[in-house]
Design a binder for this molecule. Structure first.
Ligand code: 3IO
Length: 341
């Protein structure tokens, strides 16, 4: 009797193991495939964070999800990213919000001159801001993470060390950073980062205003021999997913992605801050780039010109029915919270 039961249990156990191992649907259950589009070239930080996210998701879902990455605008280009993801041309897309200032007005407030000191702080503050306000601009997608660059500096072919030297100089930037260049008197030229290498090469612009890691990743150190350190304003980014693609995911996979949201923001921030430092050292050593630190009184003069930018954003935001002052106050508070260890 006892033996029979043992045998029966053994047979049932073996059958169930066989079922798990050999059941046709379980054994060949194809992984869920997701396409992830990005606009700049593969060596740049938005693509580095994309590969890290892909690896983490594939690892944490034990291969149930496979992510195919498309850097360099091969699936969707910079300004087509949001609409392309909404339309399902890609499941996931990484976009720079500064390229569409009006569309992402609320989150673009992080690129007002409010003193965000680093990418790590900026990324976590931006994520907090998104979670608190859940802007209408993202109603049609699932937001997977957000992050920012390190503060922007001027990289140029000619010295741009005084307001006189900047006056009328063709410099490239987008969104909040573009407003800063205008305030300093440059001839601001707007275009995504992905179009900048060619514009520099062809002489359409004499330099750019962005975070310094591109000196190495896009080899701007070969052509821009001058950097003026201002550490003014970040560029904000979002990673968004098509809503249908999101809803189709098993809850376990959704959980993995949701748990990665803030972690990915922080990872990207730390990567960016370290990489920007690394790019500075590399540019000095390998390409003899001159890094110029503004004197305090000069920097004060430059900063004074920036005050109207936040006022203008607040007036415009109010017109659109946004709680402008609360948003700016929150960005300052989130910045302080993440800047104090
Ligand atoms: C950026 C965008 C793409 C690749 C590398 C980058 N480093 C800084 C940015 C910020 C940005 O979007 C821009 O246009 O300066």
């Amino acid at each position: 009797m006892g033996k029979k039961i043992v045998l029966l249990v053994a047979v049932m156990f073996a059958a169930s193991v066989m079922g798990i191992v050999c059941h046709p649907t379980a054994a060949v259950a194809a992984p869920i495939e997701l396409n992830y589009a990005n606009f700049p070239p593969a060596p740049t930080f938005p693509c580095v964070q994309m590969e890290r996210w892909k690896e983490e998701v594939e690892k944490r879902t034990q291969g149930a999800v496979v992510i195919k990455t498309f850097p360099g605008g091969t699936l969707l280009k910079a300004k087509a990213m949001m609409d392309g993801v909404v339309a399902g041309q890609a499941d996931i897309g990484c976009l720079c919000m500064a390229y569409q200032p009006g569309r992402f007005m609320l989150t673009n407030a992080t690129s007002l001159p409010l003193g965000i000191p680093s990418s790590q702080v900026g990324s976590l503050a931006l994520w907090d801001l998104y979670k608190k306000y859940k802007p209408e601009a993202f109603a049609k997608v699932k937001v997977l993470t957000m992050f920012t660059t390190a503060p922007a500096n001027i990289m140029s072919k000619v010295p741009a060390q005084t307001l006189e030297q900047i006056k009328g100089l063709d410099l490239r930037a987008s969104g909040g950073a573009a407003q800063i260049l205008k305030a300093w008197g440059a001839n601001q030229v707007g275009m995504p980062m992905s179009a900048t290498p060619e514009a520099l090469q062809k002489g359409v612009v004499q330099g750019l205003f962005s975070s310094l890691e591109v000196m190495k990743d896009l080899k701007f150190a070969e052509i821009c021999k001058h950097v003026t350190m201002t550490d003014t304003v970040i560029y904000p980014f979002a990673v968004v997913m098509n809503m249908e693609s999101w809803k189709k995911l098993p809850p376990k996979v959704q959980k993995v992605m949701e748990e990665l949201g803030e972690e990915q923001a922080k990872w990207t921030g730390i990567y960016m801050d370290n990489h920007a430092k690394d790019a500075v050292a590399w540019s000095k050593e390998k390409h003899k780039v001159d890094f110029y630190q503004l004197a305090d009184e000069e920097l004060a003069k430059w900063n004074l010109l920036l005050a109207p930018i936040t006022e203008k954003w607040m007036a415009d935001a109010k017109k659109k029915g946004l709680p402008a002052k609360a948003i700016v106050d929150d960005i300052k508070a989130f910045t302080k919270k993440h800047a104090t260890p």
